[in-house]
Design a protein around this ligand. Structure first.
Ligand SMILES: *Cc1c(COP(=O)(O)O)cnc(C)c1O
Length: 423
């Protein structure tokens, strides 16, 4: 077991810091709610994931949807990461952040023709094609541009990732990918289409996986498919195993380290070792999750016969995971941790019962105006934020050592209504 790396969020003289910067300082200068990311943790996470795959020819294509803020993308692009995108918008962001389009794979069940065109024009590495109809449309689009689109066929390996139903994607009942049975025949047919070059197969079985066995099962199925296709005369050079490695949300789960994940992947890929196949991975959460936190201010407390509530200035539109999946996020007061706990629900101001961050949580009793740290919020936090209840999106800050940069300012009310007009 590799010990969990130390969080970039640590108390120093009873004040919670991100690296060398007190969170209270950021809150005072930028306001709350605010997302705070640690640059050193982003770098550490990327490097340790990449190192875990050492010795296998591989590409790490960061899943942009986990956190698509330019200042975050730029850190990963600079380290040499590729990107897994699910829309043209994400490619637009990736290129604006200095990312290499030649290292991009394009996933998603519903790409439009204009997205295909733009991605082909940018010269992306591969399209992860998820249905037969998509394959024929992509062929036509590429031919119309006198190009050949590199294609990886996304199969649905029908393995249970053992995660939340909303983020499990590798089961027959999910909308993703092509069935194993169809894929062999389809790959043979697709390899004859003039606008396409079939380079590989891929899968993505789900998110927040806390076991390596489902990855190994899925890879075994892709390996068998690649081997079968060789005997059909289709030589694939690319195996994309998606993302999905989980992180520690402070709930007591034991999550595999990237090194353990890498070892399981290496074992499962052993039958392909001599075939010159490149491994592609699409990690999202594991690269950015632990690097980020949402800092919020306690507005009010109240108690009724049943419960104690802590009402904060952040809400489900800023961090949707608890409302969407019932997810658990660790929480700490920003100042003076050593106080007796009370049991409280931490809730936001939105008019929805789903607007909560924690239920029946043991937390040091927070005073009005105090700051609360909501951890492990770097992935699927800011990226899923909305303007629901006409709340401006919150600022995002990147800390590096003892300095920080506002990589996204708080949205203004004018920006929030920009482009709207009366009929
Ligand atoms: C969401 C997604 C990922 C990233 O998943 P994580 O759990 O954040 O690693 C990778 N690939 C595809 C196709 C996805 O949809």
């Amino acid at each position: 077991m590799t010990p969990t790396p130390e969080s970039p969020f640590q108390y120093k003289s009873d004040e919670l810091h991100c690296e060398g910067v007190p969170l209270a300082k950021i809150a005072a200068e930028v306001g709350t709610p605010v997302y705070v990311y640690s640059r050193s943790e982003l770098e550490r996470a990327y490097k340790s994931f990449d190192a875990a795959l050492e010795g296998m020819p591989h590409k790490v294509c960061y899943a942009v949807k986990a956190n698509s803020t330019l200042g975050v993308l730029a850190v990963l692009a600079k380290l040499g990461a590729g990107a897994d995108i699910v829309s043209y918008g994400e490619l637009f962001r990736w290129q604006k952040a200095g990312g290499d389009p030649g290292k991009v794979v394009f996933s998603g069940v519903g790409k439009t023709e204009s997205e295909m065109k733009a991605a082909l024009a940018a010269g992306i590495h591969a399209f992860n094609v998820e249905s037969e109809e998509e394959l024929y449309v992509l062929d036509q689009v590429a031919q119309s541009m006198k190009l050949r689109a590199r294609v990886s066929l996304r199969v649905n390996p029908d393995v249970d990732a053992g995660t939340h139903p909303y983020i499990s994607t590798g089961l027959k009942t999910n909308k993703f990918g092509i069935t194993m049975e169809e894929c062999r025949e389809l790959a043979r047919r697709a390899s004859k289409l003039p606008g396409l070059e079939i380079i590989g197969v891929d899968c993505h079985i789900g998110s927040q996986l806390i076991k390596t066995a489902p990855f190994a099962d899925a890879i075994a199925r892709l390996v068998a498919l690649i081997t079968d296709l060789r005997s059909d005369g289709v030589h694939l050079t690319h195996i994309d195993i998606g993302g999905g490695l989980g992180i520690d949300y402070g709930k007591g789960d034991v999550v595999p380290s990237p090194a353990e994940y890498g070892a399981a992947v290496r074992d499962a890929l052993a039958p392909l070792a001599a075939l010159g196949v490149t491994l592609v991975t699409e990690p999202g959460r594991v690269l950015v999750g632990a690097a980020g936190a949402l800092v919020t201010t306690v507005l009010f407390r109240k108690r009724n016969e049943a419960k104690h509530f802590t009402i904060v200035d952040a809400a489900m539109n800023d961090l949707m995971r608890p409302a969407l999946y019932g997810s658990f996020h660790p929480m700490k007061p920003v100042a003076q941790p050593g106080r007796p706990d009370i049991v409280t629900d931490v809730v936001g101001p939105i008019c929805e019962t789903g607007d909560f961050f924690a239920r029946d949580r043991n937390l040091p009793e927070l005073a009005q105006g105090e700051l609360l740290w909501i951890g492990a919020a770097g992935a699927y936090g800011a990226a899923m934020a909305s303007n629901y209840n006409t709340r401006p999106r919150v600022p995002e800050v990147l800390v590096s050592g003892s300095t920080y940069t506002v990589i996204k300012p708080r949205e203004t009310y004018e920006q929030l209504i920009a482009g709207e007009r009366l009929a």
